[in-house]
Design a protein around this ligand. Structure first.
Ligand code: GRF
Length: 215
């Protein structure tokens, strides 16, 4: 049985597009049951609707409180039979109640190698720190921002002359590979939270390592 996934977006939606593309494969363990955008004018929402996906806006500005908006999202997810939520550029902070309700069933992607560079402007933070490797992380959502159990990470080199924009573009390409892979690990049951960490069944341990700069 494929897991029913709800994707929450607020903007461009390129990670959503990567998940939608992956879910087209017959053997992918998840299907996209709902796309919800907090912004009616999000480019990602128009893209999803044009492709006939079950996509709708829930305009956060139409709700008096964070909780009221969250419960509207929750109702839409529940109506669609969603079992797993994937945040993909979703720009709303969630209420404690919503996070608790979906704990262990909600994923996020953050464009840094967590726990480094949480929060806003992670690429600027990475460049300011002078790291030679950055990347992206898919993790389970918890009440602490960008701090939940890590499912998977992808690394990219940081190059001399990088700007936040050039680094963001390199990391984004990695995000589009990582998120479908991480969602598949969770949806298939191969990745499970145990004791605050994610255990992964049957994944090989590559013996190589990434050097940056390359020799
Ligand atoms: C991505 O970089 C993601 O990691 C971050 O917000 C950005 C969303 O991009 N959370 P998109 O809307 O998926 O194109």
């Amino acid at each position: 049985m494929k897991k029913r996934v709800g994707i929450l977006i607020s903007g461009r939606g390129s990670n959503m597009m990567a998940l939608v593309a992956a879910a087209r494969a017959a053997d992918y363990p998840a299907e996209i049951a709902a796309v919800i955008s907090s912004a009616p004018d999000a480019a990602g929402l128009a893209w999803a609707q044009a492709r006939g996906l079950p996509a709708r806006a829930i305009d956060h500005r139409a709700y008096p409180t964070r909780e009221a908006f969250d419960w509207a999202v929750d109702a839409a997810l529940t109506d669609a039979g969603v079992e797993l939520v994937a945040l993909a550029g979703f720009m709303r902070i969630q209420s404690v109640g919503f996070v608790a309700r979906w704990e262990g069933r909600q994923l996020n992607i953050h464009p840094s190698l967590l726990p480094l560079f949480k929060g806003l402007h992670p690429h600027r933070q990475a460049l300011d720190a002078g790291v030679k490797v950055s990347g992206c992380t898919v993790h389970f959502l918890t009440a602490d921002t960008d701090s939940g159990p890590i499912v998977a990470q992808a690394a990219v080199p940081v190059l001399d002359g990088d700007t936040p924009e050039s680094l963001a573009a390199r990391v984004l390409a990695a995000e589009h590979r990582l998120y479908p892979y991480a969602l598949a690990l969770v949806a298939s049951g191969r990745a499970r939270v145990e004791g605050g960490r994610v255990r992964i069944d049957a994944v090989g341990h590559p013996d190589g390592c990434l050097l940056s700069p390359q020799p």
